[in-house]
Design a protein around this ligand. Structure first.
Ligand code: HEM
Length: 388
C-alpha cells in the first residue's frame, strides 16, 4: 500500500501535471523521480558560485543559474520540479501583476518546510487570514508617520556613530556591507525593541545562521517516510537555534515587562515590542496573541527589518561608486536640501534624485526576491490551468 502511495505521489501525479502543462505549451526540465530537478539546481549553483564575478557582470546567471538557463531554453514561463512539487516560474509582467494583486485571494503564501517553520513560521511573512490581519495591524502602527517621526532621533544617533568611526578613513577601504549590517541592526534594535545592538547581537548572529541553513536546504529533497522518521543535522541545528533565539528574546521581553510591573514606566511602550506586549497581556482573549506568536513576530522584525535594508544600502553604495555622475547629483541634492543639518522627515520627502536611486536599486536587487506563492483555490494563472 505504501509503495502504491509513493508511486502515486511521486510518479503518477508529477507526470500528469507535467503532461498537462506541456500540452498547454508550458515546458521545462523533465521531472526526475523524488528529487525533481533539485540535483541539477545544486550542481548549477555550485558551478556558478565557483566563478569570480566582475563589478559590472550580469548577476542573474550567477545568483539563479537554473532560472537563467531554463528561461533561455524554455521561455519566459516554464515549470520545474522542487522534489515532486511543480513550481511554475513566470516572468511576464502581466502574469506577475495578476499574482501580486491577488484580487480574488487565489494565491496563498508558500508552505514552509520543517526548517523554515523553525526559522520564521507563525510570523507575519508566512501567516494568513484573520491571524495575519490582527498581526498586520500592529506592524502597520509601527510604520505610521508619527511613529516614524519618533524613530528619527534614534536613526540619526546610529548613523552618527557609524560616521564618527569613518572619520579619518579617507582613501582607505571600508567593508560597507559589514558597516551597514551594524547600522541596520542598531536601528532596528533601538526603534522596534528599545534596546541596543549589543542586546540583539546574538539574535542577529543566530538569525544569520538560520538564514544560511534555510537557503542551503531550499533545493534539498525531502525523501518520503525517511524525513518523518529521521531528523537531519540541519533540522536539529535549526531547532537548537530557534530555542536559543527564543531564550534571548524572552530576556528582552522580561526586562520590558519588569519595568512596567515595577512602576519604572507606566506602559509597555509604543514601539513594536511594546505593542506586542500590550496585546499579549490583553484582558480580552479575542485580542490576545500567544507567546509563540509574540516571539515569531519579534524574529520576523529583527530579520525582515535588518537584512533587507542592509543589502539595499550596500547595493546603493556600490551603484553610486560605479556611477560617479549619479553620486554627484545625489550629493548636490542632499546638500541643497539639508545643508549641514541632520536629515528630517519633511526634507526626506523632497529628495527626488535619492528616491530615484533607491527605486532603481530596489528594482535590480529585489527583482529576484518576489516571494513564492501557492495556488490553491482556482488553479490557474493567466491562460494556464494548473489543476490536475
Ligand atoms: C529595503 C527594504 C525592504 C524591502 C525591499 C522589503 C521587502 C519585502 C517583501 C518583498 C515582502 C514580502 C511581501 C509579500 O509577501 O508579498 C516584505 C514583507 C514584510 N516586510 Fe519588508 N522589506 C523591507 C524592509 C522592511 C523593514 C524595515 C521591516 C520592518 C522593520 C520589514 C518588515 C516586513 C514584514 C513584517 C513583512 C510581512 C508583511 C506581511 O506579510 O504582511 N520590511 N518585505
Amino acid at each position: 500500500m505504501a509503495l502504491i502511495k509513493l508511486l502515486y505521489d511521486y510518479l503518477w501525479i508529477p507526470l500528469r501535471i507535467q503532461h498537462m502543462l506541456n500540452s498547454q505549451g508550458i515546458k521545462g526540465p523533465p521531472y526526475r523521480f523524488i528529487h525533481g530537478n533539485n540535483k541539477e539546481v545544486t550542481k548549477m549553483k555550485q558551478k556558478a558560485l565557483s566563478k569570480s564575478v566582475g563589478l559590472t557582470d550580469d548577476l542573474f546567471p550567477r545568483v539563479h543559474p537554473h532560472f537563467y538557463t531554463w528561461t533561455n531554453r524554455y521561455g519566459k514561463n516554464f515549470v520545474y520540479w522542487n522534489g515532486a512539487r511543480a513550481e511554475l516560474v513566470i516572468s511576464e509582467p502581466e502574469l506577475i501583476k495578476e499574482v501580486l494583486k491577488n484580487s480574488e485571494q487565489i494565491f496563498q503564501k508558500k508552505q514552509l518546510s520543517d526548517i523554515g517553520m523553525k526559522f520564521l513560521g507563525n510570523g507575519l511573512i508566512f501567516i494568513e487570514g484573520e491571524k495575519w490581519a490582527k498581526h498586520r495591524k500592529l506592524a502597520n502602527h509601527t510604520f505610521h508617520g508619527e511613529s516614524l517621526k519618533n524613530m528619527t532621533p534614534a536613526i540619526i544617533a546610529s548613523v552618527e556613530t557609524m560616521l564618527e568611526k569613518w572619520n579619518g578613513q579617507e582613501g582607505k577601504e571600508i567593508e560597507v556591507y559589514q558597516e551597514f549590517r551594524l547600522l541596520t541592526s542598531e536601528v532596528i534594535s533601538r526603534t522596534a525593541f528599545g534596546s541596543s545592538y549589543l542586546e540583539g547581537e546574538k539574535i542577529f548572529a543566530m538569525l544569520d545562521k538560520s538564514t544560511i541553513i534555510v537557503s542551503q536546504n531550499l533545493s534539498k529533497t525531502r525523501i518520503p517516510l525517511i524525513s518523518k522518521l529521521w531528523k537531519s543535522a540541519d533540522l536539529l541545528e535549526s531547532e537548537k537555534l530557534a530555542k536559543e533565539i527564543q531564550d534571548r528574546l524572552m530576556k528582552i521581553v522580561k526586562k520590558r515587562e519588569d519595568k512596567a510591573v515595577n512602576g519604572e514606566v507606566n506602559s509597555f511602550g509604543n514601539d513594536f515590542l511594546g505593542l506586542l506586549l500590550n496585546v499579549y497581556h490583553d484582558s480580552d482573549e479575542k485580542n490576545r496573541i500567544s507567546l509563540e506568536d509574540l516571539v515569531a513576530e519579534c524574529k520576523t522584525f529583527y530579520f525582515a527589518g535588518q537584512e533587507t535594508v542592509n543589502s539595499l544600502l550596500a547595493w546603493i553604495v556600490l551603484h553610486l561608486a560605479i556611477r560617479g555622475d549619479w553620486q554627484e547629483k545625489a550629493r548636490r541634492e542632499v546638500v541643497d536640501i539639508f545643508g549641514n543639518q541632520n536629515p528630517h522627515l519633511e526634507g526626506i520627502a523632497k529628495l527626488k534624485i535619492m528616491t530615484m536611486i533607491i527605486n532603481e536599486t530596489l528594482k535590480i536587487v529585489w527583482s529576484n526576491r518576489c516571494p513564492p506563492k501557492n495556488s490553491y483555490k482556482r488553479n490557474s494563472v493567466g491562460k494556464a490551468t494548473l489543476a490536475c
